[in-house]
Design a protein around this ligand. Structure first.
Ligand code: SF4
Ligand SMILES: [Zn+2]
Length: 389
């Protein structure tokens, strides 16, 4: 499907178009590079009974009863649910006049990853992140690289029994400095993320979210009390493209970026450059200019290479020249740290924005400091933005 022969698809229609649940999917996420270690702890939980609460389902925090049904207030999709219905994310279920998160304590993917894989390049480099995800997502990107879980219901995946305290225990056992809520979108397991990150903070474990940032202000600010770092997908800089490609809208994501910055969460941004969808030079320039004008010049921006995936299998991988062009635009807009992702050997190093020296050298997920100590460039004394220890 190319952009021009696609028409606007809302999330519910999109899901109905035959996205098949992935029974039996447990650890493996297609399209992901190999992992350092796979969690191999507890037995998987039995499948959930469709339409039923699981024993650990937790009442959702953000919803309100309206004459039309229960309205979820977690994200801008603003689902209104009748009894027995789940939201667009497939993870919030209405039962007995209440809204429940059915993914609580039930991740379907658990890995130990290098933090660079998130990608987070300026946050505790070379450390390990205990990474968890449940099924479900509140967006429906045609190019999703983790669609097997993000577009599945938790009733269709094989899940682990892993309550927040278990996550902390495993994180420590695997010597991870952070917990990453990732792969699908932690908005789909908001309450689980929130409770786990509260416990983690008490144990001096960092919390990082990898998300599309399609969330309302109040829950996001609540998250920010416990979240140390975030990589937010800014999927394009066009509302129309957001509607067609992702089943979302642009403005809430921009608001989330502002809130995360305001709340002092370490922030990095990923923009996946999809040929014919998000590779327009003018749009990329508008996005980079907006970032600069809104004070995101020290926020690392990752232009990531698209690979044919999911509903966009007929679109070729992003040419490297396009990614180089995007990076040049970012730098010329005044952004200090602009990277290329998913292309080993290109656009990976961190350069000091003042003197131009390499301060961090990367090859894939391998990182080595060059002439930088405690975030200070050894050549010119410039403070490199980030969380280094
Ligand atoms: S979090 Fe889920 S149920 Fe709530 S509004 Fe968003 S998509 Fe709908
Ligand atoms: Zn320097």
């Amino acid at each position: 499907m190319s952009k021009k022969d696609n028409k606007r698809i809302n999330k519910r229609e999109f899901i109905k178009q035959g996205i098949v649940g992935s029974c039996g999917l447990a650890f493996c996420l297609s399209g992901m590079a190999s992992i350092a270690n796979s969690f191999n702890g507890k037995a998987t939980a039995p499948p959930l009974n469709p339409g039923k609460l699981w024993k650990w389902s937790k009442e959702a925090i953000y919803y309100v009863n309206t004459p039309r049904g229960i309205k979820c207030r977690l994200c801008p999709q603003a689902c209104v649910l009748k009894e027995g219905e789940t939201g667009d994310c497939k993870t919030n279920l209405r039962e007995d006049g209440k809204l429940f998160s059915i993914t609580y304590g039930n991740p379907c993917a658990v890995h130990v990853d290098p933090i660079e894989k998130k990608p987070l390049y300026h946050f505790l480099p070379s450390s390990r992140a205990f990474s968890i995800a449940t099924a479900g997502c509140n967006l429906a990107c045609l190019n999703c690289q983790n669609w097997e879980i993000s577009q599945s219901s938790p009733y269709d995946t094989r899940n682990h029994d892993l309550m927040p305290a278990d996550v902390i225990e495993q994180c420590q056992a695997y010597d991870c400095r952070s917990i990453a809520y990732t792969y699908s979108d932690p908005i789909a397991f908001y309450e689980y993320t929130l409770d786990t990150s509260k416990l983690a903070k008490e144990k001096n474990i960092k919390n990082v979210i990898i998300s599309a940032g399609y969330i309302n202000e109040e829950p996001l600010r609540n998250w920010c009390k416990y979240i140390d770092a975030a990589n937010i997908d800014l999927k394009s800089f066009s509302n129309e493209t957001y509607e067609m490609l992702n089943a979302g809208t642009l403005e809430p994501v921009l608001e989330s970026l502002k809130i995360l910055k305001e709340e002092g969460v370490w922030l990095e941004i990923t923009n996946l450059v999809v040929p014919s969808w998000t590779d327009d030079t003018d749009m990329i320039r508008k996005m980079c200019d907006w970032l600069y004008e809104n004070g995101f010049n020290d926020v690392p921006l990752h232009f990531s290479r698209f690979h044919p995936m999911y509903k966009l299998k007929n679109i070729p991988a992003t040419p490297v020249e396009t990614l180089n062009m995007a990076r040049e635009i970012g730098l010329s807009s005044g952004l200090n740290y602009v990277y290329i992702g998913n292309v080993p050997g290109i656009g990976e190093h961190t350069y000091c924005p003042d003197c131009g020296e390499i301060v961090i050298q990367r090859r894939g997920f391998r990182t080595s400091f060059k002439n930088m100590e405690k975030g200070i460039c050894g050549n010119c004394g410039k403070q490199i933005a980030g969380v280094w220890e």
